[in-house]
Design a protein around this ligand. Structure first.
Ligand code: ATP
Ligand code: LTN
Length: 334
């Protein structure tokens, strides 16, 4: 608890360009949570280096992502928006938690298996212990809730296991976090292969809608989206392509799948795809305009970066010092 409010933590990696999946599955939901929770939203640049990055590109992407958080509607006065690498407590706690995490547990992580297969030439120890750094992000702020998409639930489960194991030995140190998933948009699929999630690292640029795509590109990508053979706009398991488009449409318009089926009853895929494209272009337009405006205000963004890193650091240090004391590290002499 901070000032009587429950604590919320989430983060995104500064790798690749953000997709509609990231927006509908995460960012869009974050905005509605700021009043109820004390929120920490981190640009997790330390996680990003588990795969090789170009330094100047990483720096630019991290800043772009932080700006996008604000452009999406997160008020940096109410939400602590900061770079993970600016708060050294993340790495310090991660080391400690590494010593309370088993190889067997990490071996079961599906994201590790996926990423190791994708980057077979660089299966580094950081990629393997990625979930421990994530646990450290969450536990460092004594977070109660963690909004994530479905793909991150396994990481949240291991975070809870590590925290419970630690608490069983040292007493009630960490708050045990709960996952929090938005109803719509939790699992947006690739437009080219609806059995895969839409991902910013997908090599096929037609598979993802990027938040900076212009309206023509958005509509073109939806026109090319893989659909099914029933030729009906029906929300069902047998039509994974159309189902995904319906979910996107619902997340953008606030309609339900039943309302959508009715609206497009008797109409073909062409009309529907165009409507989905337009609904997405409509929500991206104000976001892009705000992003451009904020990007021009260097001093404002710099100030957000500095002030929020200080705030995050304050809370991070509180937990870290408590943990260091509990495990027996010598006290600092002042
Ligand atoms: P990468 O391709 O680099 O692994 P990603 O697109 O999977 O990236 P992350 O940075 O791993 O994105 O995720 C940021 C947030 O967006 C997480 O909360 C994640 O659950 C959510 N998210 C990512 N992809 C989707 C998706 N397709 N649908 C819904 N939510 C998603
Ligand atoms: N692993 C997450 C990003 C992430 C995160 C976190 C999410 C890093 N630390 C803490 C929630 C809480 C991802 O790849 N989406």
């Amino acid at each position: 608890m901070i000032d009587g409010k429950k604590v919320l933590f989430s983060g995104m990696q500064a790798t690749g360009n953000l997709t509609l999946g990231n927006y509908l599955g995460a960012l869009k939901n974050w905005v509605n949570l700021s009043d109820e929770y004390e929120c920490f939203y981190s640009v997790v640049d330390m996680h990003s280096i588990t795969v090789r990055q170009d330094p100047s590109e990483l720096r630019q992407r991290a800043r772009k992502l932080l700006t996008l958080y604000i452009a999406a509607g997160l008020d940096p006065k109410k939400n602590c928006i900061y770079y993970q690498s600016h708060v050294s407590g993340h790495a310090e706690l991660a080391w400690i938690l590494n010593c309370f995490t088993y190889m067997g547990e990490l071996n079961r992580m599906t994201q590790f298996k996926d990423k190791a297969a994708k980057h077979a030439d660089n299966i580094n120890a950081g990629l393997f212990t990625y979930p421990v750094l994530m646990a450290s992000d969450i536990l460092l702020y004594q977070s109660d809730v963690v909004p994530v998409g479905k793909d991150q639930l396994q990481h949240l489960e291991i975070t809870r296991d590590i925290a419970q194991r630690f608490n069983a030995i040292y007493g009630d140190i960490f708050t045990i976090p709960e996952p929090f998933m938005g109803k719509a948009g939790a699992n947006i699929k690739s437009l080219q292969d609806p059995s895969k999630k839409m991902s910013k690292s997908d090599e096929n640029t037609n598979a993802s809608i990027y938040l900076m795509d212009d309206p023509d590109t958005v509509i073109r990508k939806f026109k090319r989206a893989v659909t099914d053979s029933e030729a009906q706009v029906r929300y069902c398991e047998e039509q994974p392509g159309i189902r995904n488009l319906i979910e996107i449409y619902c997340a953008c318009t606030g309609k339900t799948p039943e309302e959508t089926e009715k609206e497009f009853d008797g109409k073909g895929y062409g009309d529907f795809k165009l409507a989905v494209g337009e609904s997405v272009a409509d929500i991206l337009k104000p976001l892009q305009a705000r992003f451009e405006e904020l990007s021009r205000d260097k001093a404002y963004i710099d100030n957000v970066i500095k002030e929020n890193a200080d705030k995050a650091n304050y809370y991070a240090m509180k937990t870290l010092r408590k943990v260091q004391k509990k495990i027996g590290f010598p006290e600092r002499i002042r």
